[in-house]
Each structure stands twice: as structure tokens, then as C-alpha cells.
Design a protein around this ligand. Structure first.
Ligand SMILES: Cc1cc2nc3c(=O)[nH]c(=O)nc-3n(C[C@H](O)[C@H](O)[C@H](O)COP(=O)(O)O)c2cc1C
Length: 393
């Protein structure tokens, strides 16, 4: 449920601070690291960016991310201005998937640049144009990478920092054979840019990835299961008390990419090879449709990238329907509940126990303080795993 555009400030708010390479070097130089909240479409991460961006703790600087996927102009501007209000001058950016319809991709990028967010981050495909738009508009560009080769390429193209996303991540996963610990080593070796580690991370891993040379970590799934995000309560409930057999890998309609989701009647249907064609989205976008597109298929993806549309709606499924049904309606039978492997590390057993975003951040701070204390107390001046006192100070 995106912020209500009717409560927007009439004038755009002041720019968010730029999160570029120099800003990150300054943060790291001051002994702190980045705690990035990963953007989650469609609308799954709404309401989170400003809350995470407001965090400026002793060891972590919070960084929020808004997902622009299938947002109307009014919805995206509302979510950005809401984050500006809630973050009180903190860092937050906008996530764009290169696989979406080219017109929407450019429209959303231009809105984010006009609103002067802290950075634009691109996932699920590569567009070089966005790097030029960002340079011209004075907004740092960030790439999501699944290999050292891509990291080196993005550095050459002008990215300011990178997110290395491993196989444990949620939603669409690229190279599902590349686990995060080895990916971080590969990416850090391939680039001089600051690298943020993402995919399956929880509080107990943060020190380890910082030791490997990351400037911070990105968490997404953990923030789905928090008390104050906008995502439907049923989505949160799908994230508690789960076992390994509750997590499945599906074939998405987006380029046939693999994706991780919570198992339910919908993923069972996909496993049986049943097609789920698009249905009307009037209930969500109203009679004017999505940016004027009123048919059941709103052509959310780039030309030729939707397996459902390419098959004349006889195969695969409509991803916009499935994700909206999950995030907005909380339809546990027909919705698609993307998740990450860290779903299995969520300790709470009931929605009523879920912590707020601020409490999750406080836990992360506490764990880092414990790790530093353990390193300081070790006779060799290092933690049991080799962490030096200086690295965790
Ligand atoms: C429900 C869901 C939706 C996601 N949507 C997107 C997206 O639209 N764009 C993107 O780049 N990453 C997306 N991701 C990936 C996350 O931003 C994040 O990088 C990844 O899940 C790693 O963090 P985690 O393991 O803590 O979830 C999504 C993840 C989830 C769980």
C-alpha cells in the first residue's frame, strides 16, 4: 500500500543526501558500515525505506530502498516523499529492474532523479542508458552483481558502489549456484568500488562479510517480517514458523528466471505446469488502468521478456497479478510470496511477536557490539574466526 498521493507536500521536498563512493568512504572511515534494506517489488517493501534510512547508530548507517516496479507516477512520488519525511535527512534510493517495460523504466528513473533520491539501483538485467541519466541528473548509480566480471564492467561504466547478491537472496535469483561468501571474495577482488553483501544475511553474519571487505550488508527478507512495513499481514504471517520444505524455487515468467518463494497452492499450480493468465487490475489501478493501460495485461515487462505474454497467455503466469495479490490482498492461495533463504532464520513463531524495523536495527547493532567485544577479549587480539580487534572496533 503505497503512500497516499493526496497527502503529498505540494512542493518536492529537499534532495536526499547523495550516497556515492566518497560518502561511503567517509562512513567507513568513521568506523561505521552500511545496513541497506533491499528494495522489494511489487509494493512488498513499501513503508520501509524512510524507517531504515532514519537509523544512524554507533556502528551502522541505515540505507532504505524503494521499489519502483509497477508504480504509477503518483505512487512513486508519494513513496519517495514519504521516505524523505520519515528519514529526516537519511539515505534512501530507488530500485529499478531493467527487465520492466522500457517506457516505465525511463519514466521511473526520471522521477527518482527529479526527486533527487540518494541513489538509483538496477537489478534483473542491465541497461547502460540509466547510468547516463544518473550522471546527467547528479544521482549516484548502483549496480547489483552476481559475478566479478559484471562488477568490473559496472566500475568501468561509472557505478558508484555495488551490491553483490548471492544465491541465498529472495525473489528473482540469477546464478543460483553462487553462494554469497564466495561471491563477496570474487567481487571485492574484481573491483575497487565499495561492495555491499546481500543474500541470506542475518545479524550473526554481518561481521563476517565486513571482514571479507564489504562496506556493509543488505537485508530484505528480514524486513518483510517486521511489524511496521506496509505489506499485508498475511505476507508477514507467511514468513514465520517456516521449515526448509516451505521454500521452493519456481520458474518466473520474467525471462524464465529462477525465483525463490514460500510454497503455497499457487507455487504448486506452477509446479504442475498450469498457466495463470492475467486478469483485470481495475481493483488496484482503478478505471484509468496502469498509466492508461487498461487491459488485463499491462505489459509490465520489456518486449519479449514475459513468457506468459510471449505464449499468447497459454503458459506461465501474470507476475503482476500474483505479486499484488500477495502484497496487497494477502491472498495466500493465489498470491506469489517471494522470499529469501533467510526466511528460515526468522526466530519469531507468530506475527504478534514480530519486531519493528527499528528493533531489527537495534539487534544488528547489539550483535556487532558483541562481535567486537569477543574480538577484543580474545587473547590473540582476534575473534575465534580470525577477526582482528581493529576490524570490529
Ligand atoms: C519479496 C521480494 C521482492 C524482491 N523484489 C526485488 C526487486 O524488485 N528488485 C531487486 O533488485 N531485488 C528484489 N528482491 C531482492 C532483495 O532486494 C534482496 O537483495 C535480496 O532478497 C537479498 O536479501 P535477503 O536475502 O535478506 O532477502 C526481492 C526480494 C524479495 C524477498
Amino acid at each position: 500500500m503505497t503512500g497516499d498521493p493526496t497527502v503529498l507536500a505540494a512542493e518536492p521536498l529537499p534532495p536526499a543526501p547523495r550516497l556515492d563512493r566518497a560518502a561511503i568512504e567517509q562512513i567507513v572511515g568513521s568506523g561505521r558500515h552500511l545496513l541497506v534494506q533491499g528494495g522489494m517489488g511489487i509494493d512488498a517493501s513499501d513503508g520501509l525505506a524512510g524507517k531504515i534510512a532514519a537509523h544512524r547508530g554507533p556502528r551502522l548507517v541505515g540505507v532504505g530502498t524503494i521499489s519502483a516496479v509497477v508504480k504509477t507516477e503518483a505512487q512513486l512520488r508519494a513513496e519517495i516523499r514519504r521516505a524523505k519525511q520519515e528519514s529526516a535527512g537519511g539515505y534512501f534510493g530507488v530500485n529499478l529492474m531493467a527487465a520492466i517495460n522500457k517506457g516505465d523504466f525511463e519514466r521511473c528513473a526520471r522521477i527518482a532523479i527529479e526527486e533527487q533520491v540518494s541513489f538509483l539501483v538496477q537489478g534483473a538485467g542491465i541497461s547502460r542508458e540509466i547510468i547516463r541519466w544518473c550522471r546527467d541528473g547528479g544521482v549516484p548509480f548502483v549496480g547489483i552483481v552476481s559475478s566479478g566480471r559484471l562488477a568490473a564492467m559496472y566500475e568501468k561504466w561509472g557505478a558508484e558502489w555495488l551490491v553483490a547478491e548471492g544465491a541465498e537472496a529472495g525473489g528473482h535469483i540469477g546464478d543460483i549456484g553462487h553462494p554469497l561468501p564466495s561471491l563477496v571474495d570474487e567481487v571485492v577482488a574484481a573491483t575497487s568500488l565499495p561492495v555491499v553483501a546481500a543474500g541470506g544475511v542475518d545479524a550473526s553474519d554481518v561481521s563476517r562479510f565486513l571482514r571479507q571487505g564489504a562496506v556493509g550488508v543488505q537485508l530484505a527478507t528480514r524486513f518483510l517480517a517486521c511489524s511496521d512495513g506496509d505489506v499485508h499481514p498475511a505476507f508477514k504471517a507467511m514468513h514465520v514458523g517456516k521449515r526448509p520444505e516451505d521454500v521452493v524455487i519456481i520458474t518466473s515468467c520474467v525471462k524464465g528466471m529462477k525465483a525463490r518463494a514460500v510454497r503455497n497452492a499457487f507455487t504448486d499450480k506452477l509446479a504442475r505446469g498450469e498457466a495463470v493468465p492475467p486478469r483485470s487490475k481495475r481493483w488496484y489501478f482503478g478505471p484509468d488502468g496502469y498509466e492508461g493501460r487498461k487491459s488485463s495485461c499491462i505489459q509490465c515487462l520489456g518486449e519479449g521478456l514475459c513468457k506468459c505474454r510471449a505464449s499468447g497467455f497459454k503458459e506461465s503466469f501474470c507476475i503482476t497479478d500474483a505479486l499484488l495479490l500477495a502484497a496487497i490482498e494477502g491472498d495466500t492461495e493465489n498470491g506469489l510470496f517471494y522470499t529469501g533463504q533467510s526466511l528460515l532464520r526468522i526466530p519469531e513463531r507468530d506475527v504478534s511477536e514480530l519486531p519493528s524495523a527499528a528493533e531489527i536495527l537495534a539487534d544488528l547493532e547489539a550483535q556487532l557490539a558483541n562481535d567486537a567485544a569477543a574480538a577484543a577479549a580474545a587473547p590473540c587480539g582476534c575473534a575465534g574466526d580470525g577477526t582482528s580487534r581493529e576490524a570490529l572496533a
